[in-house]
Design a protein around this ligand. Structure first.
Ligand code: EPU
Length: 421
């Protein structure tokens, strides 16, 4: 198991290229199931989560190859519409094969994902949406069995839940609806850029989706889709993580290949905290020269502040001149990093779905444990800013969602050593 040994503090300065989006790539790879033939995807990052989805698609019967950085997904044959527990337990996002499999094969059997470090993560809304489209769904041996022998039928479907919209739930129902008979209207659809990218890719495949980017998606069902070539969007969460990296170290980072329009809530918060974000032709330059100011932050569905950047921002606010309150409205238990940051001399106190962050003068290095992807990123950033040598254990969490993070940060002056132990 790899660990990171991080020497701090350092001030980051340099240029970082943002990779393609993990959370856009995963459902778009699944969308290839809907279009028999070879779909070519560009910009898909090299991450362990992507390898898990590759494995899942191969078990279904697809051929998946990477050539010169492009993924070729040949779905001419999909003869085993089964998502096994052995794979789904590694990555919950594997649930996004459910909608495309039912639409293409009239049947799917996909392991019910379990909970994870960031909370319960139910899939009831995915199943509600699939039922509304006419699928029969039952649970057997921990598997979701979905059948639609006469095909799916379009309908007006409300997809909101207790915490707002659902990203992968919207992806599943949207993909299934493309091949349903008649018109589907998805109300309270997720508006995340990753869903927009998926919808654009589906339209390129021949789907008829309108309202893209809004909470009401209208889908006119078609009888078939064709494979396409598609470039996935840039990873806004990776970009946001590096923005915080510049901020927490009082540094200056130029981020290339990043779309600020996907990060408006993040830029708004960062600027209040004292970080400057200047747009450039292909991204932005992020700088902090003054002290870190405290701020209150609440995570929300897009276009609000993303839950996937909550932990990283907390690491930075731990060093603010005053008290901040961070409230988590998407995954109220997503606070595994709190105890670890406190081991590094932060002063954080959890109160229900909020954390009171009392700013401290400095963070002090310590051995810490990564618990999930974004929590690990927060610990890496804290380690770069802390005095001494921080050891981050269980780095495999970070490899799930950040492409070569230590190389990118080291090129900007960080001192991160990966050790296999
Ligand atoms: N929810 C339900 N029922 C459902 C589905 C969701 O109650 O059937 C609840 C969830 O428990 C949560 C809220 O709805 O409280 C939103 O969850 P959502 O379904 O949107 O999450 P997801 O689609 O499973 C994606 C990202 C996550 C990101 C969330 C929120 C992918 C592969 N994953 O998950 O990314 O945190 O949206 O933006 O796109 C990450 O990259 O680190 C990560 C966890």
């Amino acid at each position: 198991m790899d660990t990171f040994h991080i020497e701090g503090p350092v001030r980051l300065e340099g240029t970082i290229d943002i990779s393609g989006s993990k959370n856009a790539s995963l459902p778009i790879m699944a969308a290839a199931i809907l279009a028999p033939g070879t779909t070519i995807l560009r910009g898909v990052p090299r991450l362990s989560d992507i390898s898990v989805l590759k494995q899942l698609l191969e078990r279904l019967g697809a051929k998946v190859d990477r050539d010169n950085g492009d993924w070729q997904i040949d779905t001419s044959r999909i003869d085993n519409p089964v998502g096994e527990y052995e794979i789904l337990r590694k990555m919950r996002a594997g649930i996004c094969i459910l909608g495309p499999l039912v639409a293409r094969c009239g049947r799917a059997e996909v392991s019910m994902p379990g909970g994870c470090a960031i909370g319960d993560r139910p899939v009831d809304i995915h199943l509600h949406g699939m039922r509304e489209l006419g699928a029969k769904i039952y649970l057997e041996n921990g598997n979701i069995v979905a059948t639609a022998e006469g095909g799916l039928r379009g309908k007006r479907i409300f997809l909101g839940g207790p915490f707002g919209s659902t990203v992968l739930g919207t992806a599943n129902v949207l993909m299934a609806a493309t091949l349903a008979k008649g018109t589907t209207v998805i109300e309270s659809a997720a508006c995340e850029p990753e869903i927009e990218d998926l919808a654009n890719c589906l339209n390129a495949m021949g789907a008829k989706i309108s309202g893209i980017g809004s909470p009401r998606l209208t889908v006119e069902g078609v009888t078939s889709l064709r494979p396409v070539e598609h470039r996935v969007i840039e990873d806004r969460i990776e970009a946001g993580t590096f923005m915080v990296a510049a901020g927490i170290t009082g540094g200056r980072l130029r981020l290339r290949n990043c779309r600020l329009e996907h990060l408006l809530a993040v830029v708004d918060r960062l600027e209040r905290i004292g970080v400057t974000v200047e747009a450039t032709e292909d991204g932005c330059v992020v700088t902090r020269t003054g002290r870190i100011k405290p701020a209150d932050v609440t995570t929300q569905p897009y276009p609000g502040f993303p839950t996937d950047l909550q932990a990283q921002l907390m690491a930075m606010l731990a060093l603010a001149d005053g008290n901040s309150v961070i409230t988590e409205k998407i995954f109220p238990d997503r606070f595994m990093h709190v105890a670890e940051l406190n081991r590094m001399a932060a002063n954080l106190r959890k109160e229900g779905p909020s954390v009171i962050v009392a700013g401290v003068q400095r963070l002090i290095a310590a051995p810490v444990m990564a618990s999930d992807l974004r929590a690990s990123a927060a610990l890496v950033l804290a380690g770069i800013a802390a005095r001494g040598k921080t050891i981050v254990n269980r780095v495999y969490h970070i490899d799930r969602g950040y492409e070569r993070i230590e190389e990118k940060l080291n090129a900007a002056g960080a001192k991160i050593l990966r050790k296999s132990e």
